[in-house]
Design a protein around this ligand. Structure first.
Ligand SMILES: Nc1ncnc2c1ncn2[C@@H]1O[C@H](COP(=O)(O)OP(=O)(O)OP(=O)(O)O)[C@@H](O)[C@H]1O
Ligand SMILES: [Mg+2]
Length: 235
């Protein structure tokens, strides 16, 4: 599904250059739940932005679902990104002037899905993350954990091939973090491929594979049996 080979990313800032990714090769298959770990500045977000087609790289090759994405125009790249990739960020990035349902419907507007189907699919995605009872709330009327669940619903509503999350629980307390990780595990069990950046080892324990970065290089790549989160009472 995701196949990168010898990817290099160099940032130029003033007279200095930073090699953020140094000949990185990585394959992520369908159905995986992988976490990316490593110290601050090791290249995790740079990698996510490249995998998510938000940023370009300087050399190497990237095949996404067997399509070589390096030679594509901005418009072609945007089309593939909208169709194939769902994003969840630390800072939620919701639209303040839209209610919960409208936020989740937004990717379907870009995908030109008819209105009635938009409402239906967005409602289903919100029910999946346990927010079927908050559809008309504005984003300042819900908690941080609920905001992140809205962001997850928005990321999955288009049925992307991969869900990418960069420090998705960085702004949340430990109980809410567990809720989010439970949702990720449930989505993964239903077949969603997930790649998640985290610097918390406890969160990486919930995933099936950990890729460790250091100074723009993959240092270690380990498969594991994920720790399970118990269902909440009443579920
Ligand atoms: N836009 C940019 N311009 C110049 N240098 C950058 C830019 N973005 C990142 N870098 C540099 O590239 C390296 C990798 O940064 P990156 O954001 O990928 O790290 P990270 O692993 O995500 O760190 P963190 O855990 O702090 O989020 C760092 O040395 C950083 O300073
Ligand atoms: Mg980062």
């Amino acid at each position: 599904m995701i196949e990168i080979k010898d990817i290099e990313k160099i940032y130029h800032l003033g007279g200095e250059t930073v090699k953020a990714l140094d000949q990185v090769s990585l394959t992520i298959g369908k159905g995986e739940f992988t976490s990316i770990m490593g110290p601050s500045g090791s290249g995790k977000s740079t990698l996510m932005n490249i995998l998510g087609l938000l940023d370009r790289f300087d050399s190497g090759q990237y095949l996404l679902n067997e399509t070589d994405v390096s030679g594509l125009s901005d418009a072609q790249t945007a089309r593939i990104r909208n169709k194939e990739i769902g994003f969840v960020f630390q800072s939620f990035n919701l639209m303040a002037r839209m209610n919960v349902l409208e936020n989740v419907m937004l990717p379907l507007v870009y995908a030109k899905v008819p209105h009635k189907e938009r409402v239906q699919r967005a409602t289903e995605a919100l029910e999946k993350v346990g927010l079927g009872n908050r559809l008309k709330h504005m984003t300042n009327e819900i908690s941080g954990g609920q905001k992140q669940r809205v962001a997850i619903a928005r990321a999955i509503v288009n049925d992307p091939s991969v869900l990418m999350a960069d420090e998705p629980t960085g702004n949340l307390d430990s109980k809410t973090t567990e809720d989010i990780m439970r949702i990720f595990q449930e989505l993964n069990e239903e077949g969603t491929t997930i790649v998640m950046v985290t610097h918390e080892p406890e969160m990486a324990e919930y995933t099936k594979r950990i890729v460790y970065f250091r100074d723009g290089i993959i240092q270690k790549d380990v498969e594991q049996t994920p720790k399970k989160i118990a269902k909440r009472e009443g579920e």
